[in-house]
Design a protein around this ligand. Structure first.
Ligand SMILES: NC(=O)C1=CN([C@@H]2O[C@H](COP(=O)(O)OP(=O)(O)OC[C@H]3O[C@@H](n4cnc5c(N)ncnc54)[C@H](OP(=O)(O)O)[C@@H]3O)[C@@H](O)[C@H]2O)[C@@H](O)CC1
Ligand SMILES: Nc1ncnc2c1ncn2[C@@H]1O[C@H](COP(=O)(O)OP(=O)(O)O)[C@@H](O)[C@H]1O
Ligand SMILES: [K+]
Length: 512
């Protein structure tokens, strides 16, 4: 599992070491880690470091200093390196070290932006050390101008690798917000711990690949603010049927989805649930949808029963339910049942405050906006997309439910509990019906989850694992061309099967 901490928490964790006079040592560890990553990247790209050309964008603070020290090391290994200084002040020792190693310097001003961008464009590597955790309120001045022009100038055709020092400049280290232009990175080398701004909001995309350099502050870090599950964590959350199991002991999933208007959503959710693995799917809905489901998935057991009369271990309600009154009733009953349930799409309009965390809401940003507005919060889609971490937490606190907010990085928040961020998906999943398959995956996992004593946040962990499986399946399917949700079950099965290699051995604890 990857643990992320706010930039503020990381700065607090550095404090005891800074007070003990170890600041310079911490910086050298950071710079060395940054250099090592860049060295490996240059060797991979060009075969060797000697003769590479690099640009260090260096701001006034310690972030610029890390990048300048890394630049000095690159110079010593034969890389022609220029520092583009984005501020008139600089860390004096770091700048001296850079100059002593033979580095050239360009002072950035608005009329030098073109020259700086040309340098960057011609380079093999651009090291972004403009701002780190000390940045307040986005980039300003010439650095903001350069960042605004960078996408058009640096990211087309043969482009330099952009490596962010600690975090992409212009991104808020706590929230991942981008108040203005920012520098998109291919990779971020971050010091001490992953910052929450690298796993949420615009920052999650801006960071690219994340590499953590241990600088010795781990003992001073408290509880992580955001977690990201890795394959072994997900494998530990996927129950495997045992010799003594039968279909009912594995778990049964009830699906109340689809309507005369939107029958397909029910077929998609059912197909994804069956591919994920469950003892049985019991489908409840109108006759034409039942017929469709049975044509596509003969193993599903269909009826027009009610929730209280249906014996299952978990529910999915809402996908494609439209304005069907019976489906709305089923969604309300599922939420009241005390069983784990996935509430998606149209069923979200039945959500009220006071849910339990076993109720998992799965809105996209538009649906979350409507839900929050209905519950009295003044927000809009743009605000939620700009700062999803804040809003997903708020939604969980307001409803008492676990909230899974879909997006490029999917965030899951439990009320008062941990937040998870999974960025395993592909934009090819942004297609109608894709969310219905996520409901099915999550529903199946909830139906078969073996929870002797559910603890706070366990539903959020299962939801995060489902988002990861969905994302991984989407990526796998996208290898064959555009993702078509009705064809996703085959990829889901392959992802679940590949997870077996990560399953913890007997006695090794999973995360629940
Ligand atoms: N602490 C440690 O032990 C270690 C820290 N490490 C490194 O230190 C980094 C944090 O360094 P930092 O505190 O110097 O802050 P940093 O991000 O470089 O920026 C501050 C400078 O930028 C300026 N500035 C602020 N906002 C601005 C804006 N919007 N636009 C333009 N300028 C702006 C601000 O000026 P001010 O606004 O205060 O006048 C000030 O001059 C951290 O990310 C990591 O890389 C590692 O070496 C490991 C050990
Ligand atoms: N740009 C993107 N990158 C990665 N995944 C995405 C992107 N856009 C959407 N997704 C994923 O695709 C799914 C879309 O769900 P949703 O919008 O509910 O679709 P629908 O309601 O049409 O089924 C979600 O799981 C979401 O995380
Ligand atoms: K930076």
């Amino acid at each position: 599992m990857i643990s992320a901490y706010s930039g503020t928490a990381v700065r607090a964790a550095e404090r005891p070491l800074l007070d003990a006079g170890q600041g310079a040592e911490l910086m050298q560890r950071a710079a060395h880690g940054l250099f090592s990553f860049c060295a490996a990247l240059l060797k991979e790209r060009r075969g060797r470091m000697y003769g590479a050309s690099c640009v260090v964008l260096a701001g006034a603070g310690n972030n610029g200093a890390d990048a300048l020290y890394a630049g000095a090391r690159l110079l010593k290994r034969g890389c022609a390196t220029t520092a583009v200084r984005t501020s008139s002040s600089a860390h004096a020792e770091a700048l001296s070290a850079f100059l002593a190693a033979g580095g050239r310097v360009l002072e950035l001003s608005t009329d030098k932006t073109d020259e700086a961008l040309q340098l960057c464009r011609a380079a093999d590597l651009v090291l972004d050390g403009v701002l780190g955790t000390g940045g307040k309120g986005g980039l300003r001045g010439p650095a903001a101008h350069l960042a605004a022009l960078a996408p058009a100038r640096l990211r087309r055709g043969h482009a330099p690798a952009v490596v962010a020092c600690d975090l992409p400049s212009g991104i808020d280290a706590d929230t991942g917000q981008a108040p203005g232009p920012y520098l998109q990175a291919d990779a971020t080398v971050t010091f001490g711990a992953v910052k929450t701004g690298l796993v949420a909001g615009p920052g999650a995309e801006a960071a690219g690949h994340i590499e953590v350099v241990d600088i010795g502050i781990t003992p001073y870090l408290g509880t992580p603010a955001v977690n990201r599950l890795l394959a072994p964590d997900i494998a530990a959350l996927l129950p495997r049927p045992a010799a003594g199991d039968q279909k009912y002991s594995r778990g049964v999933l009830g699906i109340a989805a689809g309507s005369d208007t939107y029958p397909g959503a029910a077929v998609l959710a059912t197909g994804a649930a069956l591919a994920t693995g469950t003892g049985m799917v019991r489908y409840l809905g109108p006759e034409p949808v039942r017929r469709l489901i049975n044509q596509a998935h003969p193993e599903a057991v269909c009826s027009d029963s009610t929730v209280p009369l249906t014996h299952v271990q978990a529910w999915v309600a809402g996908p494609g339910a439209g304005t069907d009154e019976a489906q709305r009733r089923r969604a309300v009953d599922a939420m009241a049942s005390g069983l784990p349930c996935v509430i998606d799409a149209d069923a979200l309009s039945a959500v009220e405050p006071g849910m339990g965390e076993q109720v998992i809401l799965t809105p996209h940003a538009g649906e979350l906006t409507a839900l929050l507005n209905r519950l009295g919060e003044d927000t809009d889609r743009e605000s939620i997309e700009a700062d999803p971490l804040t809003w997903v937490r708020k939604a969980a606190a307001l409803t008492g439910a676990t909230v899974l907010l879909k997006g490029w990085a999917t965030l899951v928040a439990a009320p008062g509990g941990p937040v998870f961020s999974q960025a395993d998906a592909t934009p090819w999943l942004a297609t109608a019906g894709s969310g219905d398959t996520l409901s099915g995956i999550l529903g199946a996992m909830l139906s078969t989850a073996r929870k002797s004593s559910p603890h706070p946040g366990c539903y959020a962990a299962v939801a995060a694992a489902a988002a990861s499986i969905h994302g991984r399946a989407g990526k796998l399917a996208a290898e064959q061309g555009p993702v078509q949700p009705s064809l996703l079950p085959e990829a889901i099965r392959r992802v679940i099967s590949a997870m077996e290699q990560w399953r913890p051995g007997p006695g090794e604890a999973g995360i629940l």
